[in-house]
Ligand binder design. Sequence first.
Ligand code: NAP
Length: 367
Amino acid sequence: MALHFSSACFRGLGHSRIHRVRAVASEGSATLITDEEKIKLGGSDLKVTKIGIGAWSWGDTTYWNNSQWDERKEKAARDAFNASVDGGLTFFDTAEVYGSKFALGAINSEVLLGRFIKERKKRDPGAEVDVATKFAALPWRFGRQSVITAVKDSLSRLGLSSVELYQLHWPGIWGNEGYIDGLGDAVEQGLVKAVGVSNYSEKRLREAYEKLKKRGIPLASNQVNYSLIYRAPEENGVKAACDELGVTVIAYSPIAQGILSGKYGPENPPTGPRGRIYTPEFLTKLQPLLNKIREIGDKYDKTNTQVVLNWLVAQGNVVPIPGAKNAEQATEFVGALGWSLNDDEIAELRSLASKIEPVVGFPVEKL
Ligand SMILES: NC(=O)c1ccc[n+]([C@@H]2O[C@H](COP(=O)([O-])OP(=O)(O)OC[C@H]3O[C@@H](n4cnc5c(N)ncnc54)[C@H](OP(=O)(O)O)[C@@H]3O)[C@@H](O)[C@H]2O)c1
């Protein structure tokens, strides 16, 4: 839940290159994903695909979807889910607060993901899906039991008996030790296979890692805002600490909420809350970087989105989880894998990106 959104689509973008994606398996049967195509999440036994899919926008009416959710959008989200599975991206990230029950017209993202999984498994029992969801550290939640209660509620919405990854969505104002104990309890009770945190600073990450380690439970991941134009994890010690401890960085908002796709510009900024963050001024400053991304992409016959996701994967120990609203977006993510930018291109992109002042992130990452 960072501070960004909108619901623009591909119309009028003027980039036919968006349609150039790697061919994927035919609809209706899951691609066979070998273990080599997956990576281990931190020190846990859990293996997930190198890119996951974010489900924040599914059912949400507070930040995404122009404040409205309807059957057409649900169909597009279902298509995104199926296209991801067809393309071999089977790791999905949701949260109990996505599609909040307090938001008018919203449907909970866990409910939708659970629905899509059930439908898929009915016609394709062998389909592989790994689910990550998150605990909201709300100020009135205390102690380890609050984590167990929340994960059971999430499982009930998802219609599953366990999830692959359970994460603390952000650090609490208090109660953090109890939350970490609760994560350990969830593993021991077989409710979750692996545990992680999100928006954790280096200090909090190290504390959580040590506390779980005493129980013999690895901290699998830290999910943070990380993209070519938001490189705080490289600057605040989080990425280095994750690499040192063997904790996987899960990169959220990896295409800067659609901005790095190149479809928005000073003349057509995103609408809704995203437009307040990615202003025409910001988008003007972004143009040299977007041009370079496009130039490099042309060399590989890849789109901007595929280039920036490939750049993140190239940092090592990073699993990006871009959000897909429809099948076309999900299919495009598949083409971010199976090739590599070279070292010069990786460095050139970082160098150009470093000339751009980052937008304000989710304040909880500084807690
Ligand atoms: N832990 C946290 O605090 C936290 C915070 C934020 C996000 N997350 C997780 O990270 C996931 C991804 O982050 P995000 O959704 O904020 O940002 P993102 O993945 O950088 O951007 C997603 C948005 O970009 C646009 N898009 C997607 N594919 C595209 C393509 N191929 N071409 C052009 N535009 C495309 C879509 O919006 P439009 O079509 O409307 O442009 C889409 O909703 C979330 O779903 C959530 O699971 C976690």
